[in-house]
Design a protein around this ligand. Structure first.
Ligand code: FE
Ligand code: FE
Ligand code: FE
Length: 163
C-alpha cells in the first residue's frame, strides 16, 4: 500500500507495533522459565499482563481510526527475540543468565520506546488527542519497565553475576 501522508505512516507503524506486542507475549513466558531470580520473574510476569493490556489499547486505537486491528510482521522484534533465544541456549551460571535476560528484555523495551515515541509524535501532529493519550500511556509503561529492569540489575542481579 502506498503511504500518502502522515496518517498512513502512523497506521503502518501501528501494525508493526501490534505484531511486536504479540511476539512479546509469546517470548515473555519463555524468559520467565529461563530466569532464576524471583524478583526478575515477577517483573516479567507483571510486564506480560501489562503487554496484554497494551494490545487491548492498540485494539482501541485501531477502533478510533475506524479500522480493524491489523498486524504487519515486525522483523526487528523477531530478530531481538531470536537473539534472546540464542542467549537462553548458552550455558551460563544462573545469575549470569539472569543478567543476560535483563539485557534482552531491555532491548525489547527500547525498541518499543522508539516505536511508541514515534507514533505519539505522529498522533500529536495529526491532532488525534485520544489516540495520542492511549499511546502515551503505553509509552510510559515501557519506560517504567525499562527503569525497573535497570534497578533490578543494579541492586541485585549484576552484583550476584559479578562473583
Ligand atoms: Fe509493550
Ligand atoms: Fe518493526
Ligand atoms: Fe514492553
Amino acid at each position: 500500500m502506498k503511504l500518502n501522508n502522515l496518517k498512513d505512516l502512523m497506521i503502518h507503524e501501528l501494525k508493526d507495533i501490534y505484531s511486536a506486542e504479540h511476539q512479546i507475549t509469546k517470548a515473555l513466558p519463555k524468559m520467565m522459565e529461563a530466569c532464576s531470580s524471583e524478583k526478575l520473574r515477577a517483573a516479567f510476569q507483571d510486564h506480560l499482563q501489562v503487554t496484554k493490556m497494551q494490545i487491548e489499547r492498540l485494539d482501541n486505537v485501531f477502533d478510533m481510526l475506524g479500522m480493524k486491528a491489523q498486524s504487519e510482521h515486525c522483523k526487528a522484534m523477531e530478530g531481538i527475540i531470536k537473539e534472546c533465544e540464542s542467549m537462553m541456549s548458552e550455558r551460563a551460571d544462573k545469575s549470569v543468565m539472569d543478567a543476560a535476560l535483563i539485557g534482552c528484555a531491555q532491548r525489547v523495551e527500547h525498541y518499543e520506546i522508539a516505536a511508541y515515541g514515534t507514533v505519539c509524535t505522529y498522533a500529536k501532529q495529526l491532532n488525534m488527542t485520544d489516540v495520542m493519550n492511549q499511546l502515551l500511556m503505553t509509552l510510559d509503561e515501557e519506560k517504567a519497565t525499562d527503569q525497573r529492569l535497570t534497578m533490578i540489575a543494579e541492586e541485585t542481579i549484576n552484583i550476584r553475576a559479578e562473583r
